[in-house]
Design a protein around this ligand. Structure first.
Ligand code: CA
Length: 220
């Protein structure tokens, strides 16, 4: 299998790469998102091992994972990071990660995770969310209403996906801005625009305005 390893600290990356090669895989190494993007387009990997804090920013790994998912990449992503808050884990998994390994970890543990991820590669992840008349197919990135597909842009789908992955969670407008439009300076207005668009396409109840922000409005 071909594995893309993204880690900026060479003292960590080099032994990891050697270990994974020892497992019999081809490893492309990258020390930045820029290098990772290049390697990715050269040969699509079967698995991406992704550090979170990279030269491009403290959340660069999360953002790159979201970018890969948006581009239709479906193979597993394993985050490796020193950060270990519940929020970080949830964020990583929300943004398209399949697993999360906290530094420091043993090489054997990494090996076990890699084997597990490569084994369950394929259409195994729970890929459908249903609520009321709405059905979301995460893998196909489609939303259906009463069985009819509702065309959504990539960003509209990403917004809907956030609510569907954690239907009881309230997202503040600031958080949605950061998740969906990282690095933008267009302000919170853009969040309201996208919420408005989703409501226009899927009905006013799909995203409910509540104290503190927004949440899924459709009841189970
Ligand atoms: Ca790092």
């Amino acid at each position: 299998m071909r594995i893309l390893l993204v880690e900026d600290e060479s003292s960590l990356r080099e032994p990891l790469a050697a270990y994974v090669r020892g497992m019999g895989h081809d490893v492309d190494e990258a020390d930045s998102i820029e290098a990772a993007r290049e390697a990715f387009f050269e040969a699509e990997p079967d698995l991406v091992i992704l550090d979170v804090m990279l030269p491009e920013g403290v959340d660069a790994g999360f953002e790159f994972a979201a970018e890969l998912r948006e581009a239709g990449f479906e193979n597993p992503v394993l985050f490796i990071t020193a950060r270990d808050t519940v929020e970080d884990r949830v964020k990583g998994l929300d943004l398209g990660g399949d697993d999360y390994l906290t530094k420091p970890f043993s090489l054997d543990e990494l090996g076990a995770r890699i084997r597990a991820l490569l084994r369950r590669q394929g259409p195994v992840r729970s890929s459908v969310f249903e609520r009321g008349p709405m059905r979301i197919d995460f893998a196909a990135r489609k939303a259906l209403w009463d069985g009819v597909e509702v065309p959504l842009s990539g960003r509209e789908f990403a917004l809907l996906e956030l609510f569907a992955l954690q239907p009881d969670r309230v997202y503040s407008a600031e958080e949605l801005l950061e998740r969906l439009f990282p690095g933008t300076d267009s302000g919170l207005k853009i969040v309201r625009v996208y919420v408005h668009r989703l409501r226009g396409k899927l009905g006013p109840e799909v995203v409910r305005t509540v104290p503190g922000g927004y949440r899924m409005g459709l009841e189970p």
